[in-house]
Design a protein around this ligand. Sequence first.
Ligand code: HEC
Length: 357
Amino acid sequence: MKQIWLLGMVLTLALSGVASAADSPTFSDEVVRIVQERCQTCHRPGEHAPFSLITYADVFTRRADIRDQIDWRTMPPWKPVPGFGSFLESRRLSDEERATILKWIDAGAKAGPPIQISTLNPTGVPDIKPRVAVKPQIGAIAYRPDGKLLALGTYKEVRLADPAGKILGALTGHKEQVRAVAFSPDGALLAAAGGQPGRKGEVKIWDVEKRSVIRTIEGHADCIYAVAFSPDGKTLVGAGRTKLRVWDVTTGKTIQASDLKTGFSKKALSALALSPDGRSLAVSGKQDDKHVIALYDVKTAKRTKTLEGHAEFLFPLSFTSDGNTLAGAGLETIYLWDFDQGTKLSKGSVAVSPWQG
Ligand code: HEC
């Protein structure tokens, strides 16, 4: 059936000579399907993304931002975690889908032939089930200091697994995606953080043995993307895109509240990581058209160093447990920096499995 239809289309185009129609996709013939499958699980009323992408108008008005996010591969959100690749990759746009959207926007983001509005405009109808189930994404991962337990931050919960990957249990009750996890130095507590972007941050401190929450801290005005305990386990640092907080673990009181002035535009900040001792914060992003990692002293919230030498957005950033080396991963390359010297150590390729392209 499909083949016959395609053949008919090719013939019509060849006869009428309008080859360009085949070149530029329209919203109704191709783009809407991609948006429904890849974006509407989150970008619809009642979900956690800050705006809906349902109607042609929704998508058209935001086309410039959408182009950036797709070009930078920051939307749909994903973070590669070794060993969990295929699980995470499921939400990524295929190269073909990505090319279609970019081409559509570059060619003027045309609406295309009118289609039944019911498939496109459920706005106002509150209870729309997503067409595609929201797959939990692992947004954060941490080893307990003894190396015997892994905490995986996913949507609304943290899963605990043994080092072989066997799931041992779940810590449920988070409001949103868990974006950062850290064990206390003695391994008894786990801090898991996340929240609603641009609205509210949330950290829960769990008793790992009992699997119960001992404290929930709210109040950050944005999501928390990185957490770390101090070496004595008494304080906890949380970092968002514009805020740094230090809390007392026993009382939950805020000890320090600082603004983080990166100078990056909101859209150009790709990752945050705290050193294991909670003293330094690394933020990667784009500043004045250059990709950089800005290093901050947590106590003063001042920038201490700027690392350069990469030409792409880095998604996960991670310190080694001794805090001496910082690693950042781009799409196919891992970069390492000597933290104290601020020098780039090396650059290596990440193997990409062939079926993931
Ligand atoms: C898993 C949920 C999810 C999916 C799927 C998703 N988004 Fe998002 N999107 C979000 C959230 C949450 C934010 C707010 C992010 C923030 O402020 O950090 C966002 C923000 C955005 C922004 C604004 C970014 C900015 O900082 O200005 C754009 C544009 C966007 N998404 C486009 C898309 C497109 C296009 C798709 C599909 C190809 C998509 N998103 C799929 C959750 C999602």
